[in-house]
Write a protein that binds this ligand. Structure first.
Ligand code: T3D
Length: 257
């Protein structure tokens, strides 16, 4: 589409890379539109079994592009039109989306990483809320995901202090799941995502749906969802292959169907 986002497809992994390295991939409206387009395309493309989301250069994403100030206009319209569709596309996509946080993630850049299914952190990654440092509030889903990931008190402490969180602490808090060495981060993050893409990705899609719904469903509704999704999973090619491989004492070869 445009030049603010790079895409690369290999072995079932679609890599979507924000590409404004000179401003740490700060989110211009053009970049957000391109992201929306790529995530929506990835959701529709049956060849794509997992998505790896990263930033080019030394940053992951420094949040809203502060050079194109929206003060005076209706920021709510901007958020609804440009930011929230990207978040919805990530969360609604029936496939795993892994954020590869290669460097600093701030403000809405952190929100986008938190919307992903998991976060691979470079050992040199730094996370910061950013919003309150410039008198703003959390947006692009941050206020939804952050307390669910780390708890309300910790979420408030990070918002109030705006402090920098390094990779190991981020993992300890629950903001990231895996820390990988900075020197080989992009190769290792890609290899990690490829292993995910080789898995039973249809079952991963249902697990994603279970986890999305678990945030708000009550117990009985969630049990009913498990029954519905397990019926579908049992009928899949991957479930047949998984069970056959177990009985034949061999490794399964999943196709994502
Ligand atoms: O209107 C709306 O869209 C509302 C929505 C708001 C949601 C939000 O995301 S609010 C939060 C916005 N983001 C921030 O407040 C973070 C601003 N950036 C920083 O605090 C720092 O740059 C970092 C902590 C992220 C990284 O620091 P450092 O020292 O590693 O890098 P740097 O030197 O500050 O930045 C490198 C360049 O990127 C620099 O440009 P220069 O001087 O080399 O020409 C810097 O100005 C530019 N840059 C960094 N962040 C942004 C940016 N340019 C535009 N917008 C940015 N957000």
């Amino acid at each position: 589409m445009g030049k603010n986002v790079l895409v690369d497809f290999q072995d079932g992994v679609l890599q979507i890379t924000m590409n404004r390295p000179e401003v740490l991939n700060a989110l211009s409206l053009e970049l957000l539109e391109e992201l929306r387009h790529e995530f929506e395309d990835a959701a529709q493309n049956p060849e794509v079994r997992a998505v790896l989301f990263s930033g080019s250069g030394r940053g992951f994403c420094a949040g809203a592009d502060l050079t194109s100030t929206r003060i005076g206009g209706d920021v709510g319209e901007v958020i609804e039109r440009y930011y929230n569709p990207v978040v919805r596309a990530i969360v609604g996509m029936p496939k795993p989306v892994l954020a590869a946080v290669n460097g600093v993630a701030s403000g809405a850049g952190l929100s986008l990483a938190l919307a992903c299914d998991m976060r691979l952190l470079s050992s040199s990654a730094v996370l910061t809320l950013g919003f309150t440092g410039i008198g703003l509030v959390m947006d692009a889903g941050c206020s939804y995901f952050l307390p669910r990931l780390i708890g309300r008190g910790r979420a408030f402490e990070l918002a109030y202090s705006g402090r920098r969180i390094e990779a190991e602490e981020a993992k300890h808090l629950g903001l990231g799941e895996v820390v990988l060495e900075a020197d080989s981060f992009s190769d290792d993050a890609w290899a990690y995502t490829r292993r995910v893409a080789m898995g039973p990705t249809l079952s991963f899609a249902s697990v994603k749906e279970q986890l999305n719904r678990a945030e708000d469903n009550d117990f009985e509704v969630q049990l009913a969802l498990e029954v519905k999704l397990q019926r579908r999973a049992v009928a899949s090619e991957d479930a047949r292959e998984g069970m056959a491989a177990f009985l034949e004492k061999r490794l399964p070869k999943f196709c994502g169907k």
